[in-house]
Structures are given as structure tokens and as C-alpha cells.
Design a protein. Structure first.
Length: 218
């Protein structure tokens, strides 16, 4: 875990249980040992354990879109893109985009929560950034402080994925697989907890891991 950016390490330290940390270490050992042909079986199993809809239950091929429109597309399509970056493109090369798509998922979840708690202002929050939307959500008494703090921690790594380039000569890339895996799973946990709070119907269903393979051309 030495390759984690400081922002990713913050998430790793406060969000995951000891069991989950061991799972993450196992996932990263597999990726780092088999960079060109790693298995993501344990990653999607862990993703499923979190609950709700995650990349695990959607095809890794982004052309196969299970949510062509509506609220579910906005909420969960970014998680399918994150899975595609991990399973098809390669997490070592596209770690930044895994975090970026994970952040887009959280943006959609937070905006949805704001529409629930501040119905009259729903238009106002439709295009809010994750940081601004989280600031608004922090004023809602029903949202636990711990969850708000976790969101703010994610905002740091999300903003970095949108704006920063690697200027650290000690790193081959600014974002490494460890950042991508920690960022993705952290976003899933935060998003799922918030969807539970607003009693979203997606949390009431148990989903299976999608084991379909990518049959397209690079």
C-alpha cells in the first residue's frame, strides 16, 4: 500500500474494516503480480458484499448498457465504466479514470439525496459539483457527520483526478492501481450508505455478479 496517494490513504484508513483492508491487499497483490493478465474475481466478490448496484453486476463491455435511460443510468452507468476501465482497458494505465467515474457516481447519489431532502431546490442542485453538493448535504440533519466527512475525503482524490497531472518524479504515474481500487470501493461504500439513508429502491434487491466477457476489439 506504499504507492497510495495521501488522499487515497485517508480513505483507506477511515472507511474500510480490517477484513476489507485484507481483501484490498489481496486484490492488489493479484494485480501487481499479473499486470497483463490479472484476475478481478476477488474484487467483484468484494464489490457484491457491499450491497446494492455496483460494477460487479453490470457487463464489463460498456456497449451492453443495462440502464439506457432514467435515474438508474445517471446513478450507476459510471460504475460500469469504472469496471470497463479495470477489466478491459487495464487499471494500471487507467487508474485515473476509475476514480473519475467513481466520483461521477457519488455526484449523482449526492444530487439525488439533495432532491429528496430539499425538494423545492431540486433544480438548483442538478449540476452541482461533488464538493458543492456535499457542502449542501452537510446542512441536512439526517445525514451522519461521519458520512459527510467520508464524502469530503473523497472529494480530494476526485478533484485530483479531474485537474492534476503527475509532477512527482518518484512516481511513474500520479494514480496507481492502489488508488483506483481504494477509490472505487470507497465510492461504492459511501454511495451505498447514502442510498440506504434515502431508502432508494436499488438497495432492496440482491444482484448477481455479471460474469460475461468482453468480446469486442481494442
Amino acid at each position: 500500500m506504499k504507492s497510495l496517494l495521501p488522499e487515497s490513504r485517508e480513505l483507506y484508513n477511515v472507511i474500510f474494516s480490517d477484513k476489507q483492508k485484507l481483501q484490498i491487499q489481496g486484490i492488489l497483490n493479484e494485480i501487481n503480480t499479473n499486470l497483463d493478465n490479472y484476475s478481478t474475481k476477488s474484487l467483484w466478490e468484494m464489490d457484491k458484499e457491499i450491497g446494492g448496484i455496483g460494477g460487479y453486476c453490470m457487463p464489463c463491455d460498456p456497449i451492453k448498457n443495462p440502464f439506457p435511460g432514467g435515474e438508474y443510468r445517471t446513478l450507476f452507468r459510471p460504475l460500469q465504466y469504472a469496471r470497463s476501465e479495470i477489466d478491459i482497458t487495464g487499471v494500471y494505465l487507467h487508474s485515473k479514470y476509475v476514480i473519475l467515474n467513481s466520483g461521477l457516481h457519488l455526484e449523482a447519489v449526492v444530487r439525488l439525496a439533495l432532491r429528496k431532502y430539499k425538494f423545492l431546490g431540486r433544480i438548483r442542485y442538478m449540476n452541482s459539483t461533488l464538493g458543492n453538493a456535499t457542502k449542501s448535504l452537510s446542512k441536512v440533519e439526517d445525514i451522519p457527520t461521519e458520512l459527510i466527512n467520508h464524502l469530503f475525503k473523497f472529494v480530494k482524490i476526485y478533484n485530483k483526478s479531474k485537474h492534476e497531472v503527475n509532477q512527482n518524479e518518484g512516481r511513474k504515474r500520479l494514480f496507481m492501481p492502489s488508488d483506483a481500487i481504494v477509490g472505487y470501493l470507497a465510492a461504492r461504500i459511501i454511495g451505498y450508505r447514502l442510498l440506504q439513508l434515502i431508502e432508494h429502491d436499488s438497495v432492496r434487491v440482491e444482484y448477481r455478479i455479471d460474469e460475461s466477457k468482453f468480446n469486442g476489439l481494442f
